[in-house]
Design a protein around this ligand. Structure first.
Ligand code: NAD
Length: 324
């Protein structure tokens, strides 16, 4: 009998091709905890996307599970400690969608500065004369403040500086070499970045330390003409504080790909605030990145099922060794 592999959500067909002759693939009908519990019982491998929560309760039913391949970088939807206790490998795929997220960030900067959504809606609503509105701006010469200068933050900095002529401020207390790129000005604290940026883009992981780090006191330092962009994790921004500031017009607008609760509720005030661009946690998804990630995840699951150590990043390698 073929081993069973659960896909928490569908993946790119190139990934499924790697597994389909070697395993029985089960695609979960939804991302709820109850469905995960029901389906995880029989499976040897799990290919996990961002929404389904693999917590302690779900894992307590995963008696046959050997590997979780998380199709992205963030493993915050997996209880790593519990998975490690159970000897389940957790693989992730750092770097495979860096370019995708950087490009999406830039598209959000451009859409905010050019009022793309507003202009689109104006044409649809017959307000052709919005073309005379002077609220669109050029980004060249404006200052982009980047929080978190890891792989994605650095790409955004490089492209926005070299390609768009933006000035770059950066805040990242953990980057040691702060002077290799003379065009990036590291600031010693977030306050300085918030006071001086026209656009602020967040690229930090969701950690205890970063949860809610963008809060009212910081947002209140923003220029009223400034924009904030978040493609990292929703938890990093104190969402209620941001909503309040947007409603009070303390800043010009926001573009958000990630939220405190996903999917974002239709009742969220964010749905109706003007000058807010929303996307459904898709900043890391293009055809190209999806092929890279799906084939990587499928190969990691296949390797584990066939007794090989996956050649990708095993996130909990050290923990598994300690608990074994
Ligand atoms: N929206 C999406 O679809 C999507 C896709 C991929 C990645 N992401 C998210 O993008 C974020 C960045 O990913 P990455 O690959 O660049 O990660 P990375 O690990 O390469 O970089 C993160 C950087 O944040 C810095 N950092 C940590 N704590 C900090 C703090 N308190 N203040 C300032 N900087 C701090 C680290 O030093 C590091 O340089 C992550 O949250 C990841 O989950 C989202």
């Amino acid at each position: 009998m073929k081993p069973k592999v659960l896909l928490s959500e569908d993946i790119n067909p190139y990934g499924k091709k790697i597994l389909e002759h070697k395993a029985e693939l089960i695609i979960a009908p939804d991302t709820s905890e109850e469905t995960a519990i029901e389906l995880i019982k029989d499976v040897t491998g799990l290919i996990l996307r961002a929404t389904t929560q693999i917590n302690k309760r779900v894992l307590s039913h995963a008696t046959k599970l050997k590997v979780i391949a998380r199709t992205g970088v963030g493993v915050d939807n997996v209880d790593i400690e519990e998975a490690s206790k159970r000897g389940i490998l957790v693989c992730n795929f750092p770097g495979m969608n860096n370019l995708t997220v950087a490009e999406q960030t830039i598209s959000m900067i451009m859409a905010l500065s050019k009022q793309t959504l507003h202009m689109h809606n104006s044409v649809k609503n017959g307000n052709w004369n919005e073309r005379f509105s002077t609220n669109q701006i050029e980004v060249s010469g404006r200052t982009l403040g980047i929080i978190g200068m890891g792989q994605i933050g650095q790409l955004v900095a490089q492209k926005c500086q070299a390609g768009l002529g933006m000035n770059i401020l950066a805040y990242d207390p953990y980057v040691r070499e702060k002077t290799t790129n003379p065009y990036i000005n590291f600031v010693p604290n977030l306050e300085e970045l918030f006071c001086n940026s026209d656009f602020i883009s967040i690229h930090v992981p969701n950690l205890k330390e970063t949860k809610g780090m963008i809060n009212k006191p910081l947002i209140s330092l923003m220029k009223k003409t400034a924009f904030i962009i978040n493609t990292s994790r929703g938890e990093v921004i104190h969402e209620e504080d941001l909503i309040e500031a947007l409603q009070n017009k303390d800043l010009q607008g926001a573009a958000l790909d990630v939220f405190q609760m996903e999917p974002l509720s239709l009742k969220s005030p964010l749905q109706s605030i003007e000058n807010v661009i929303l996307s459904p946690h898709c900043a890391g998804s293009t055809w190209e990145s999806n092929v890279r990630i799906a084939t990587g995840a499928a190969q990691a699951v296949l390797d584990t099922i066939e007794g090989r150590t996956p050649s990708t990043n095993i996130y909990n390698k050290d923990l598994i060794n300690k608990k074994a």
